[in-house]
Design a protein around this ligand. Structure first.
Ligand code: ATP
Ligand code: MG
Ligand code: MG
Ligand code: MG
Length: 465
């Protein structure tokens, strides 16, 4: 099943159950303290908070998402992308778990034809009501696992609404791991869908429940890329039809076969194809490369693309060419990629050039630092900071190169220096736009990007670097 059918099947299913669709919001959150939209519910947060009245008590959406917390996992785990699509159905004081649990099961087994024997469920330990709902659908106790609040409690804000969740996993078989269910292995047992039952007012922690909300709500998130991974029987998330054209074009550029390339190169192929999509989406939404906030997310993604392209032996510029493939493949669903195409191509091209220039200089500095460190020792955080500050080296790039040389990076020292610099930047912010000079003219066309702070919503700290 292709991704277009995956999206359509979900939206038809919930349209038949009286869910109007709200279009995907921009990756830049409108009404939230988040750095970027990282889940389908983010644009609906005001409805859960009863700050605004939803247009309908049931809604559904296909939302583009971006998670910087997953950057380092891309290409290493099989299941993490930095940008991905999330389908979701929502109830604001309307239906609750009795409806949503059987619906989710029906859609996965009948709509998508997944083998019911391969589905596994997690619930919050103590939520017997939800266990009973799954039992009634024929799930044996062995495939219903009870986990703690780290896995199965969701909350927003401090204090704010929250509630237990129940997640649905698909067993991809022995090729991906030994067994034991999602409680022990989240690669073989792939998380597809998160159902959240938002009905509590939570205090300062997930253990501090203050009482019941006036309404019982439902929030769900089903990953399109994850479902494509299963339905298209691929090993890695970047191999589905959402990204495979990029991967194919990249192989034409390198002249090498990704499937039989050395493991390290395969990781580079995955990172390039993943990060370039994320970069294209961010630029399409008006984020331009810069040294802080969202601008730094784009810069970091694109610089990793260039670095891994160079590791694959690509000498000349390739981002402009490759991003064209991303746009052509995904532009049907996401027309902003088409309308912003000239800007996207120009920005990625410039970022590649600028990075190449600084890498050449920065690499020299790094080589000296590596040579003067003890073998198996530590690379000072100050070196990483200088590389970041003066040469635009993302810290994970420095860490990767250090690791290759058998050194570990002093991230604590780096973090302290970054904090100090951020404080300085904040003080200077009023002086003007934060993006680089070269992008100022583009800012006029797109509108400036603004930094609202780091992710506080999902409980996942977004640490830059
Ligand atoms: P995981 O535990 O695998 O990292 P998660 O628990 O962080 O996933 P949720 O926050 O529950 O994910 O998001 C809802 C759904 O979005 C997931 O069930 C999954 O289908 C999808 N999803 C989450 N993170 C990613 C990602 N990095 N790449 C692709 N899809 C994702
Ligand atoms: Mg996650
Ligand atoms: Mg999870
Ligand atoms: Mg989850």
């Amino acid at each position: 099943m292709l991704s277009t059918d995956i999206r359509r099947t979900f939206l038809n299913f919930f349209a038949d159950r009286d869910h109007p669709e709200l279009p995907s919001a921009s990756l830049i959150p409108e009404d939230s303290q988040l750095l970027l939209v990282n889940a389908g519910m983010v644009p609906f947060a005001p409805y859960f908070l009863s700050r605004r009245q939803p247009p309908h008590p049931r809604l559904m959406s296909l939302q583009k998402c971006l998670r910087t917390v997953d950057i380092e996992r891309v290409g290493k785990t099989t299941r993490h992308a930095t940008s991905f699509e999330m389908l979701g159905n929502f109830s604001f004081g309307d239906y609750f778990k009795d409806e949503v649990v059987p619906w989710a099961y029906e859609l996965l087994t009948e709509g998508y034809g997944l083998d019911r024997e391969r589905l596994w469920i997690t619930v919050l330990d103590g939520d017997d009501e939800t266990v009973e709902l799954w039992r009634r659908l024929g799930f044996p106790d062995e495939r219903i696992q009870r986990l703690g609040v780290e896995d199965n409690y969701w909350s927003m804000g401090l204090p704010g609404p929250g509630g237990p969740s129940s997640e649905i996993f698909y067993d991809r078989g022995e090729r991906f791991g030994l067994g034991g269910g999602p409680a022990v292995d989240k690669e073989r047992f792939l998380e597809l869908w998160n159902l959240v039952f938002i009905h509590q007012l939570r205090g300062d922690s997930d253990y501090d429940i203050r009482g019941e909300l006036p309404a019982r709500n439902i929030d769900t998130g089903l990953g399109v890329d994850r479902l494509a991974l299963v339905l298209q029987d691929r090993a890695y998330i970047c191999e589905t039809d959402l990204l495979s054209p990029t991967l194919r074009r990249l192989q034409e550029i390198t002249g090498e076969d990704y499937q039989i390339a050395p493991t390290r190169s395969q990781t580079s192929y995955r990172i390039v194809s993943d990060h370039l999509r994320a970069g294209a989406f961010l630029i399409a939404d008006g984020v331009l490369p810069g040294n802080e906030g969202r601008g730094y997310v784009v810069r970091r993604l694109l610089r990793r693309v260039v670095r891994h392209g160079r590791l694959l032996g690509i000498d000349g510029p390739f981002l402009g060419d490759l991003v064209g493939t991303v746009i052509e493949n995904l532009g049907g669903q996401w027309p902003e990629l088409i309308t912003r195409r000239p800007v996207i191509e120009q920005v990625v091209g410039r970022e590649e050039e600028a990075f190449d220039r600084t890498v050449r200089q920065g690499t020299r500095l790094l080589d000296v630092a590596i040579l003067s460190a003890k073998p198996g020792g530590v690379l000072p955080g100050a070196t990483a900071f200088e590389l970041h500050d003066t040469y635009g080296f993302p810290v994970d790039l420095t860490a990767e190169i250090a690791e290759d040389a058998g050194l570990s990076l002093d991230r604590d020292e780096f973090g302290l220096l970054m904090q100090a610099q951020r404080r300085r930047a904040r003080d200077a912010r009023s002086a003007g736009p934060s993006s680089d000079e070269v992008y100022r003219e583009l800012l006029g066309k797109l509108g400036p990007t603004e930094f609202f702070g780091y992710d506080q919503l999902s409980g996942e700290a977004h640490v830059l670097g």
